[in-house]
Ligand binder design. Structure first.
Ligand code: GTP
Length: 250
C-alpha cells in the first residue's frame, strides 16, 4: 500500500442525481467527466476503486410506486436506470484512460459482465475500476444497500458516499439555519435521529460489519482523493463516536 493512503480499497457510492449536474433529468457529460477525473486521481494514488451508482436521474422506483405503480416493477425499472448510468461512467473513465469493468447484478451478458465476486476482486487487484450495476438485483433494496453489500463482499475499507451536500447535518441546512454539521457520528445516532445518510438497511449492514461511511460533497475538487488519504472532511459515520471502526473479519 502506498503510505499516503488511509484506505486502499474503496467503495464509492454515487447517486444517480450526481450525474445530472445542473440538469433536471438524465446525464450531463461534463459532470460525468468531472467524476471520472476525480476517480482517476485516487486510482493513480494506488487505491482500488469500486463504484455503485443509483438511477434516480432517470427513474425513481420509490416515487413511481407511490404514484400507483407496482413496487417490484418500479424497482426493476430503477435497476435498469443504474445500468445506463454505469455505462456512461465507464465511457467517461475509459476516455480518461482508466480501465473499467461493469458488472451487473441482473444478467445481461451482451451489455455487461455478470456480477461475480471473485472476478470483481481480481479486476480491482489489476487496478481496474469496477462499476456494480443493477443494485442488488432485487426489488425493495436501494442502491445504498447494494453499496453496503458489495463493499462487504469485496472487503472495502470504507464507503465514500459522494452527494450534493458536504456532510451529515442535524436538519436540512437549507431550511434550518441552526442545522449543525457533524464531523463524526455513530451509526446508532444516524438511525435514532433518522438522519438522511443512507437507508436503515444499509446503515445497519455497515454497523454490523464495522464499515465506516464517509459522506462528502461530490462537487468538491479532490474530495474523494482527500478522503482516501485520511483527511478529515465531510462526515464520518462509524463506531461509538464516529471514529473509524476496526476492520474485523475481512
Ligand atoms: P482478465 O481475466 O484479467 O484478463 O480480465 P478481462 O476482464 O480483461 O478478461 P475477459 O476476457 O473476461 O474480458 C474481456 C472483456 O470482455 C472485458 O471488457 C470484459 O468486461 C468483457 N466481458 C467479459 N465477460 C463478459 C460478459 O459476460 N458480458 C459482456 N458484455 N462483457 C464481458
Amino acid at each position: 500500500m502506498k503510505p499516503s493512503l488511509k484506505y486502499k480499497r474503496i467503495l464509492l457510492k454515487l447517486s444517480g442525481e450526481a450525474l445530472m449536474g445542473a440538469k433536471d433529468f438524465g446525464i450531463d457529460s461534463a459532470t460525468v467527466d468531472f467524476i471520472a477525473k476525480e476517480i482517476k486521481k485516487v486510482v493513480n494514488m494506488g487505491a482500488e476503486v469500486a463504484v455503485v451508482i443509483g438511477g434516480g436521474n432517470i427513474f425513481r422506483g420509490v416515487e413511481a410506486s407511490v404514484k400507483g405503480m407496482e413496487r417490484a416493477s418500479a424497482d426493476y425499472m430503477g435497476m435498469l436506470a443504474t445500468v445506463i448510468n454505469a455505462l456512461a461512467l465507464q465511457n467517461s473513465l475509459e476516455k480518461n484512460n482508466v480501465p473499467t469493468r461493469v458488472q451487473s447484478a441482473i444478467d445481461m451478458r451482451e451489455i455487461a459482465e455478470p456480477y461475480i465476486r471473485r472476478k470483481a476482486m481480481r479486476h480491482l487487484e489489476k487496478d481496474r475500476v469496477v462499476i456494480f450495476a443493477a443494485g442488488t438485483g432485487n426489488p425493495y433494496f436501494t442502491t445504498d444497500t447494494a453499496a453496503a453489500l458489495r463493499a462487504m463482499e469485496i472487503g472495502a475499507e470504507v464507503i465514500i458516499k459522494a452527494t450534493k451536500v458536504d456532510g451529515v447535518y442535524s436538519a436540512d441546512p437549507v431550511k434550518d439555519p441552526n442545522a449543525k454539521k457533524y464531523d463524526t457520528i455513530s451509526y446508532m445516532d444516524v438511525l435514532r435521529k433518522g438522519l438522511n445518510v443512507m437507508d436503515s438497511t444499509a446503515i445497519s449492514l455497515c454497523m454490523d460489519n464495522n464499515l465506516p461511511i464517509v459522506v462528502v460533497n461530490l462537487r468538491g475538487k479532490d474530495n474523494i482523493k482527500n478522503v482516501a488519504r485520511g483527511k478529515k472532511i465531510g462526515t464520518i459515520v462509524g463506531g461509538h463516536n464516529g471514529e473509524r471502526a476496526k476492520k474485523k473479519g475481512r
